[in-house]
Design a protein around this ligand. Structure first.
Ligand code: G3P
Ligand code: MG
Length: 243
């Protein structure tokens, strides 16, 4: 069965990468949640996609240059009517929210523009302290960063993010020691992509799938997880194709 993972939380319905977005995703029955993690100037792990806070908050500046206190002063409501004073969450707060649930957590290490040395091990430490190691899948476009986790977590917890048409990426994944590839959904137009990956023992979580027909098609091919902004509608389409 294809799992539905909410992209940045259910980011079509609540400010991305915030606790309300995670809460809405859970209420919508998402099987998993994808979030992006970066690090503040004073070493706090926070959920945010961009390298700056300019787009998603009422503040300005680079995450790596702002302290947690400076980040917390900002409002990350980001235009969502009816929501006020939404704070940037720490990874710890997100894990606290998810711990009582059965949801999978896909933590994307957002360290492909700003490198954040040691980010992967900082994240691993918090996840392990919270007792959630078995529920987390780490992904990154920075495969050097993911490689640093290979001695600490198994292949089933490592996902190589792919944005281009890398040829036979399941072979690379096997060589690397990752159990997942997370390609842009356009890559899956290549014939037999899903079948070949599965033959090689590699799972696929693809992003960002927001159209019902495409979701049904990809689920029919056996894609392991769909990362979507609309976990309710896309989940419904996958569970009840044809309705
Ligand atoms: O992890 C899947 C997807 O989130 C990767 O792209 O830019 O939305 O983080 P982006
Ligand atoms: Mg992401």
């Amino acid at each position: 069965m294809t799992a539905i993972w909410a992209h940045r939380g259910a980011c079509a319905y609540a400010p991305e990468n915030t606790l309300p977005a995670l809460q809405v995703a859970l209420e919508m029955g998402a099987d998993g949640i994808e979030v992006d993690v970066q690090r503040s100037a004073d070493g706090h792990l926070v959920l945010i996609h961009d390298e700056t806070i300019n787009r998603t908050s009422n503040g300005v500046g680079r995450v790596e240059h702002l302290t947690m206190e400076e980040l917390r002063r900002c409002d990350f409501t980001n235009g969502f009517a009816g929501r006020r004073n939404v704070k940037i969450p720490t990874l710890h707060e997100a894990l606290e929210l998810l711990r009582p649930t059965g949801a999978t957590l896909n933590i994307e290490l957002k360290n492909n523009v700003v490198l954040y040395p040691g980010l992967e091990n900082d994240v691993l430490r918090v996840v392990t302290e919270m007792g959630m190691a078995e529920r987390v899948i780490y992904s990154s476009f920075n495969h050097f960063s993911l490689a640093n986790l290979r001695g600490s977590v198994g292949p089933e917890h490592l996902a190589l993010l792919l944005s281009d048409g890398l040829y036979d990426p399941w072979k690379y994944a096997n060589w690397f020691g990752a159990g997942w590839i997370n390609p842009d959904h356009f890559a899956l137009q290549q014939p037999n992509y899903v079948w070949l990956a599965h033959e090689a023992g590699v799972k696929i979580a693809t992003w960002t799938v927001n159209k019902d027909e495409e979701a049904v098609h990809l689920a029919g091919l056996g894609v392991d997880a769909l990362i979507t902004d609309f976990p309710d509608r896309v989940g419904e389409a996958v569970r009840h194709p044809g309705y």
